[in-house]
Design a protein around this ligand. Structure first.
Ligand code: ADP
Length: 158
């Protein structure tokens, strides 16, 4: 069984994230979408909401699990016997940050590796923060997120 984790904030999960998951499933037998809890950030959606939303958005893929982690990603990975992470790359600007995180993770656990998937060009400028901003200003986010997430965003900003 080739397993991978896909760590991130997913606040909320977008079509860009879902495209990375779908393509990761062509490479791995299972993918665990791992909500990384950042104690210094206050997310728009609570952990419970994010767990529910990601579960809903990925329910058609039985090989996808959803979980959360408060500490180091490598500690979660080691505990669960998963030595590969998947991350997405949009523009060159993602690279520096991803590069340093991948190397740091490998120095913490030498068996740990990160696989990068390039974004699909139509999702190149899509991020959770753009989705949050557009939704907050009353814009249409239907091309960015699944309809279940769109409904939840509308409910947040009424
Ligand atoms: P983080 O705060 O850890 O960057 P995100 O939820 O923003 O968490 O992103 C998780 C991962 O998904 C990152 O590797 C990010 O580059 C990738 N990602 C986010 N949006 C897209 C997108 N539109 N296309 C491809 N990859 C993406």
């Amino acid at each position: 069984m080739k397993k991978a984790i896909y760590p991130g904030s997913f606040d909320p999960i977008t079509n860009g994230h879902l495209n990375i998951i779908e393509r990761a499933l062509d490479i791995f037998d299972s993918v665990t979408v791992l909500i990384s809890i950042n104690p210094h950030k206050t997310p728009l959606f609570s952990l419970e909401e994010s767990l529910e939303m990601i579960t809903e958005a990925t329910q058609h893929w039985p090989q996808v699990e959803v979980d959360y982690n408060e500490g180091l990603t490598v500690d979660y990975a080691r505990r669960n016997g998963i030595s590969t992470a998947v991350r997405g790359l949009r523009a060159v600007t993602d690279f520096e940050h991803e590069f340093s995180m991948a190397l740091t993770n490998r120095s913490l656990w030498p068996d740990f590796d990160t696989v990068f998937l390039m974004t699909r060009v139509d999702y190149m400028y899509l991020s959770s923060s753009v989705v949050r901003q557009v939704a907050q200003l009353g814009g249409d986010v239907s091309q960015f997120v699944p309809s279940t997430i769109e409904r939840r965003l509308k409910a947040k900003f009424v």
